[in-house]
Design a protein around this ligand. Structure first.
Ligand code: ZN
Ligand code: ZN
Length: 276
């Protein structure tokens, strides 16, 4: 009988909840539990610059061994490598923010382990073992989890000197882009409001007041519809809250969100709502 944990897929727990539930160790990335005949795998995206990568439903998981070449004779790596024949169950947690363990469900070794070159903790190049693991149950991450993941990684690389960045950038080359299913709740803007405000702008950006930088395939000036108070922040979908912006200004509103710009756009949209 395969152990069935009480956690739901996607649930985030503390380290203590994790090791108590599985009766496994409280440290490390690969944590065997003889009580429950399983291994808990932690894919920690906050620790090293090297990262386990997802390709759809498949995770390429890095084995254990911090210094020197990793070995399949290591008892923990061996447990993963032999899991299909021994029947030992693999359970995965991901860490996208420090100390928060998100349960991803049961995984199965889905291909032959292979070797990859990565630097060890001392910065020396060595060989690691990669394990292709497929999620037993379909799963996806949420938009906000993805955002946290990207943010955490971005902050990590920002502090690096450009020489190091180049070295890493070259080594990080993959044949296929890492990808995985993400669930999102998307706001659907009203087309009448978007089209009316764009038409009203007559090809002129309502923030910088310059002509649209290019025409679309239909020969119309290209502007984008923007909600001054974002829908995700509770803003209404109305002509009083919608403007037509050039792509540059649109990005600026999302990245900088300058209060002066917001005020200027709110005034414009309100005036337009009063005009006919
Ligand atoms: Zn503009
Ligand atoms: Zn926008």
């Amino acid at each position: 009988m395969t152990f069935v944990p009480s956690f739901k897929i996607g649930e985030t727990v503390s380290n203590e909840q994790l090791y108590t539930e599985f009766s496994c160790g409280n440290m490390g990335g690969i944590r065997p539990s003889s009580t429950n005949n399983c291994v808990v795998l932690i894919s920690d995206h906050t620790k090293s610059l090297y990262d386990d990568k997802w390709y759809g439903n498949e995770l390429h998981y890095t084995g254990t061994g911090k210094i020197g070449d990793q070995s399949l004779d290591d008892p923990k790596n061996k447990k993963i490598a032999k899991s299909n024949t021994t029947g030992i169950a693999l359970f995965l947690f991901e860490v996208m923010e420090p100390t928060r363990y998100t349960y991803r469900g049961q995984m199965k070794l889905s291909g032959n382990p292979y070797q990859e070159v990565q630097p060890d903790d001392n910065g020396n190049v060595r060989k690691v073992w990669m394990f292709p693991l497929t999620a037993v149950e379909e799963q996806s991450i949420t938009q906000s989890e993805l955002k946290n993941y990207v943010e955490t990684r971005r902050k990590k690389v920002q502090g690096l000197p450009i020489s190091e960045l180049r070295q890493q950038a070259i080594k990080h080359k993959t044949k296929f882009g890492s990808n995985r299913p993400v669930t999102s709740n998307t706001y659907i803007r009203d087309e009448f409001i978007a089209e009316y405000t764009k038409r009203y702008a007559k090809g002129v950006c309502e923030l910088c007041e310059n002509d649209a930088p290019f025409k679309d395939k239909g020969g119309n000036p290209y502007l984008e519809s923007h909600h001054i108070i974002w829908l995700s922040k509770g803003g209404p979908d109305s002509i009083e809250n919608t403007v037509a912006l050039c792509p540059n200004c649109h990005r600026k509103m999302h990245i900088v969100a300058d209060q002066n710009d917001i005020n200027k756009l709110l005034t414009k949209a309100k005036e337009r709502a009063q005009n006919e």
